[in-house]
Design a protein around this ligand. Sequence first.
Ligand SMILES: [Zn+2]
Length: 243
Amino acid sequence: MTAPPLPPDVEPVPELAALGFLAYTTTRAFGSLGTATDQPVRDVMARWRTVTDHLGSLGVARLATAAQVHGAQLLVHQPGWTGWLRGSAADGHVCRAGLRTAAAVTVADCVPIFLAHPSGACALLHSGWRGTAGRIVQAGVDALAALGCPAGELTVHLGPAICGDCYEVGPEVHARLTGRVPPGPAPVDLRALIAEHASARGVDRISVSAACTRCDNGRFFSHRAGDPGRQISLIAPGPALLA
Ligand SMILES: [Zn+2]
């Protein structure tokens, strides 16, 4: 299947392009898309406009985002609107096949979780330690299963995020994530945990980006490195799925 064209300065997801999806994470070179920084609104909105213009050029007239709250609530999107949706209090988006809708999450160390089905159904989740402890990936898998896309047919990709060597958490958070209480602060690999959760729910095809937002801080924004900026991860049906 022909991979959709990409905007500049993004990290693509080849595993999902092979299924006909547009899927990427923006980089520091793209610029921050965070809406809670001191950057001029004019500049941040111009970058979002780059995103929506590119989607429009592919025939995708809807972009769904949400105010992220580190929960496990997902928005299952419905037809009947166009433009840019800013949903309230949610950390994931679920789109059935044929909905012609893009979804984006804002990240800088938290894990962007892409879920895709060959039919064109997809989901995109934001998972920090709270979302991971709440097994948000399993909520995404279940939501797609409810739309007729069983776990065994899904491809899951975990995008650029802080790696297990760079992410240290206190004993209480570690215990909530792993069930084990270390004697002091200890490292934890969120993407490894999320992959375990997805696998336990029946997902066979799981890939993980080699990029760490902190190790690769020249390429990505990192909250723990002190960056106020944010990248986005985005998924949308590409031309082959819209035909
Ligand atoms: Zn790292």
